[in-house]
Write a protein that binds this ligand. Structure first.
Ligand SMILES: Nc1nc2c(c(=O)[nH]1)N[C@H]1C(S)=C(S)[C@@H](COP(=O)(O)O)O[C@H]1N2
Ligand SMILES: [Mo]
Length: 309
């Protein structure tokens, strides 16, 4: 991990809700939050072999697996990217169920093994652009979220999808940190959730996900900043109103609900016009919708792209 200089890293949370910080520390002055730490790799289990994807893959070089599995944002385990892997080692991902309900005809709870059997993983090579201005290229395994949503038959009143990560303070020490309200919550508009590029990932580089990448099941939305791609999901609800999502609640002036990658809209504390590609030496220009505009821009005809963030 020595390729990655900590001086280049701008943690998402360095601005932390003052209210929360004060509440947690019981003191009257707030500064930067102290980061914690650790490291290692968890065991893996085989997945059924992927079917090929109809989706075009980027020409970009794949990010080395060591970086994909060794440099992570997963605050439930650690605020230090290089320590998430070790702290999350041994995270229990079996048995695991995902309850899909809310405004649907057929609410159902799926076991993770049944999901993988029902929707054989396809390989999707996507760019992942973190809001902190670094990026990776990851060969995911997964299935379109739309297939899962079709199983539960959303009602016409359903307009959004709300996702929740596991809440288990015995396994996730970071859920004691006051950076976010736990469990981590994310959301999509229903048309975004049904878009073919939106997948539920169960693996990467041909293997099951490791805990640090969101095992056993995480969302991947390649045209949005990485924080939308919520990890270790246990609950999915179809809802009528825009969900209140974790980052948007913690710092509403910095993280919006849409969070579409947009080089033209700066983060209040840094530019989004370029990005550091992990494992590569030079910075790259950041692309509108992370380069997926041809596929997704039609979803945003009514959004003002000067402030879509
Ligand atoms: N539950 C949960 N999901 C999460 C996060 C998190 O802290 N908790 N971090 C997000 C952020 S900021 C990014 S950039 C991606 C990183 O995914 P990766 O570590 O698999 O590359 O996961 C996202 N999903
Ligand atoms: Mo991120």
């Amino acid at each position: 991990m020595d390729k990655i200089r900590s001086s280049e890293i701008t943690p998402e949370h360095l601005f932390v809700s003052r209210r929360k910080f004060l509440a947690g520390m019981g003191i009257a002055a707030a500064g930067a939050v102290v980061l914690s730490s650790c490291k290692g790799i968890a065991e893996t289990t085989p997945v059924s072999s992927p079917t090929s994807s109809a989706v075009a893959t980027p020409a970009d070089k794949l990010t080395p697996i060591e970086d994909v599995t060794g440099y992570n944002n997963f605050y439930e385990f650690s605020l230090s990217k290089t320590e998430v892997a070790a702290v999350s080692q041994g995270f229990k991902t079996s048995p695991w169920t995902v309850a899909v309900g809310g405004l649907v005809n057929k609410p159902q709870t799926f076991g993770i093994e049944d999901l993988v059997k029902k929707f054989p993983p396809e390989e999707r090579v996507y760019r992942l652009r973190c809001v902190e201005a670094w990026s990776m290229v990851i060969p995911w395994l997964g299935f379109p979220l739309g297939k899962l949503l079709a199983e539960v038959e959303p009602l016409s009143s359903a307009k959004y999808v709300r996702f929740e990560t596991l809440y288990d303070t015995t396994q996730m020490p970071g859920q004691g940190f006051l950076v976010l309200d736990w469990p981590y919550v994310e959301g999509l508009r229903l048309d975004e959730a049904r878009h073919n590029l939106t997948i539920m990932s169960t693996g990467l580089y041909g293997k099951s996900l490791l805990p640090q990448n969101g095992a056993p099941l995480r969302l991947v939305v390649p045209w949005k900043y990485g924080f939308k791609s919520i990890k270790s999901i246990v609950k999915i609800d179809l809802v009528a109103d825009m969900p209140r999502t974790s980052w948007a609640l913690a710092a509403p002036s910095e993280y919006g609900f849409y969070a579409n990658v947009n080089p033209g809209v700066s983060h209040p504390r840094w530019s989004q016009s370029s990005e550091r590609r992990i494992g590569e030496s030079s910075r790259l220009p950041t692309l509108l919708f992370n380069g997926y505009g041809e596929d997704v821009s039609s979803l945003y005809k009514d959004l003002d792209l000067r402030k879509s963030f």
